[in-house]
Design a protein around this ligand. Structure first.
Ligand code: CIR
Length: 278
């Protein structure tokens, strides 16, 4: 398998680009977030907001212009913008999140993406969470989870197949999303938890395994050539660094209690410098 292809990839150079990261302020109702694999624990909202602001600064340090959407007190999980859209080089697919409580999150993200991408959407009866979609160049992997059903997968495949993408369904065990089990950390390198997903599902890619004492450490956010990674997983960070990955560490303890991690909190896209907001 190659990560080269007709499809735009962060490593394919072209005209000058500006990188935008769409984020959303944490809802005052975060305590009522969806939980699937975790027991509910008290979340320190002011601390969560400080950690989120540090995360936005980390995005800026990696060259992103942060576009922060306002919080919505009726949408507890709306900080996790990743789940509401899948952004590719040539279009964005607005999702239909698997949790009904999250379906009202789409309009604000749709409005933020509209200036930059042609929009398509997942329709009923399909469900799909962006956290289940891992893109590696022209290869798109979609988690088979409680959030993303067969109809959602088929709709995404039908939208992206004609554009030159391969779209494959991947089995996931014991976690919320595919990207709770595996993320991309360099051009041809994955970070994964082998208890949650099979490395063989990603032919041609190398993989670093999380430290066995840090099962939740497989979620890293690749921006350009660096990754944003939670400070709560120092052993796995050591493994990444040994593999030559440049790591920017952020504290992410509070949103982890809401079953979120670092990819979930942004949608990163590149746009031609000529169309960038001032
Ligand atoms: C949920 O269950 O939907 C949220 N509490 C957490 C979503 C995290 N998103 C992600 O991993 N992409």
């Amino acid at each position: 398998m190659s990560v080269e292809g007709p499809v735009p990839d962060p490593w394919n150079q072209g005209e000058p680009k500006v990188r935008i990261a769409i984020t959303r302020e944490i809802s005052a109702a975060l305590a009522r977030c969806e939980l699937t694999h975790l027991e509910r624990r008290e979340i320190d909202l002011p601390l969560a907001r400080r950690q989120h602001a540090d995360y936005e600064r980390a995005l800026e340090s990696l060259g992103c212009r942060v576009v922060r959407l306002p919080q919505d007190p009726d949408l507890p999980d709306s900080v996790f913008v990743e789940d509401v859209a899948v952004v590719l080089g040539e279009l964005a697919v607005l999702t239909r999140p698997g949790a009904p409580s999250r379906r009202g999150e789409t309009p604000a993200v749709e409005a933020a993406l509209r200036p930059y991408r042609r929009l398509r959407r997942i329709e009923e009866p399909g469900t799909l969470d962006g956290g289940d979609v891992l893109v590696v160049g022209p290869h798109v992997y979609v988690g088979d989870t409680g959030r993303t059903n067969r109809a959602g997968f088929v709709q995404l495949r039908d939208l992206l197949g004609p554009l030159g993408y391969s779209v494959a369904r991947v089995a996931v065990r014991g976690c919320l999303h595919l990207k709770s089990a595996v993320t991309r950390v360099a051009r041809d390198l994955l970070l994964l938890n082998p208890e949650r997903v099979e490395a063989e599902a990603f032919p041609g890619l190398r993989a670093v395994a999380v430290d066995p004492e840090e099962p939740a450490a497989a979620n890293a956010l690749l921006v350009g050539g660096s990754v944003i990674f939670p400070g709560e997983f120092p052993r796995t960070r050591g493994r990444l660094q040994e593999a030559g990955v440049d790591v920017v560490t952020v504290a992410a303890s509070e949103l982890a209690k809401a079953e979120g991690a670092v990819t979930c909190c942004s949608l990163v896209l590149e746009i031609p410098a000529t169309s960038a907001p001032i």
